[in-house]
Design a protein around this ligand. Structure first.
Ligand code: OGA
Ligand code: ZN
Ligand code: ZN
Length: 361
């Protein structure tokens, strides 16, 4: 077994090392012998009779039994490292044409009564970044019940939900009839809401069509077409800000967030809430050139999936990946959406538990 001793010992499944009731570790890393070494290894079986290897440790004589299946799946080099589910590696990137005629959608009654339909819908949010639920009851605050089918509502200074309709004194351009170009919501929050829901109650106005852009796909295109611009956008922190009478929010983050391996993991893009950057002049020059490049790319028609929400539609999407947009609409017309935020860890957990139940069946 070519595994670092401390790694192997840290994964000991014995009841002294892990509480059998919950699987949680019972020791601190500082409590393991500093000069840990494998003393001997022999074939064994686990408590439920599966083939295993038993390791006796020096210097403390501790015994660990590892199932062969566990070793096969986890020994260094045995298999590709699983991703965290959030980066480009774990997504299916798309342009508009890829989803033409095959929008990920689900009927509300099938979704609420059929675990397989629900699992497929939640999987679409993780893989493609969204799902469109159809036939959701057209009720005030229903969007909160939609969020609660897979997770927890993220309450913010806007309340549990926000009304998207024309307002007399809007604190946000969304609450006018103006066109809204592709953006992510609330980049001025840390942590940012990872999921957004938009539930359509009325859409009788002239205009007001919806658009979605896969921000991971757009960022990957930028990396290909203009690596320098991509690099700048992953490195320069952007001060996002929002203020009204009751709130003052800010977060400093790059437009393209990457993980330690450099994979695309989070997009924040919202022209309405980018504050004043404080950087040396050459960094400002490079940032603005790159920001414009990315902005142009995000407006390419082949990237934007266009559709129209009708009453009873509820869009659920990954706000760290997809950008959403709407065309202008006549303020004299009736258009009313209710929106809410939630988080993707809760959705992923709901899906994992559904899968577990499927496997048991
Ligand atoms: C928003 C928004 C889109 C729409 O409220 O954040 O982008 O279709 N609304 O009105
Ligand atoms: Zn142990
Ligand atoms: Zn928005």
């Amino acid at each position: 077994m070519s595994a670092p001793p401390v790694w192997l010992r840290d994964n000991c499944p014995c009841p002294h090392c892990r509480d059998p009731r919950n699987g949680q570790k019972l020791f601190q890393i500082t409590e393991l012998p500093a000069a840990l070494a494998v003393d001997s290894v022999r074939d064994a079986t686990t408590a439920d009779g599966a083939p295993a290897r038993e390791v006796v440790w020096a210097p403390d004589g501790h015994r660990s039994v590892y199932a062969e299946t566990w070793l096969g799946a986890h020994l260094p080099g045995a298999s590709a490292a699983p991703g965290d589910g959030r980066t480009e590696d774990d997504k299916e990137l798309w342009a508009a044409a890829d989803l033409e005629g095959r929008l990920p959608e689900a009927d509300w009654s099938a979704y609420t009564t059929g675990p397989a339909v629900k699992a497929a819908a939640l999987q679409s949010v993780l893989r493609l970044g969204f799902v469109l639920l159809r036939g959701v009851p057209v009720h005030d605050r229903q969007v909160l019940d939609v969020a609660r089918t897979f997770g927890y509502v993220r309450e913010t200074n806007y309340g549990e939900l926000f009304e998207v309709r024309v307002e007399a004194d809007p604190n946000n351009l969304a609450f006018t009839g103006a066109r809204i170009t592709p953006h992510t919501d609330n980049p001025y929050r840390d942590p940012v809401p990872t999921l957004q829901l938009l539930h359509c109650l009325t859409n009788a106005a002239q205009g007001g069509d919806s658009g979605l852009v896969d921000g991971f796909h757009a960022a990957a295109l930028l990396r290909h077409e203009d690596p320098e611009a991509y690099d700048v956008l992953t490195r320069v922190p952007v001060p996002f800000a929002f203020a009204d009478d009751r709130s003052e929010l800010r977060a400093h983050r790059p437009l393209i967030g990457t993980d330690p391996a450099g994979r695309i993991r989070e997009i924040r893009f919202n022209n309405r809430s980018i504050g004043t950057l404080h950087q040396p002049a050459d960094v400002l020059d490079a940032f603005y050139a790159a920001y414009r490049r990315f902005g142009e790319l995000l407006l390419r028609s082949e990237l934007q999936l266009e559709f129209r929400l009708t009453p009873g539609d509820c869009l659920v999407f990954d706000n760290t990946r997809l950008l959403h947009a709407r065309t202008a609409f006549a303020e004299s017309g009736d258009r009313h959406l209710q929106g809410a935020y939630a988080d993707i860890d809760g959705l992923a957990s709901t899906l994992a538990v559904l899968r577990r139940e499927e496997t048991v069946k």
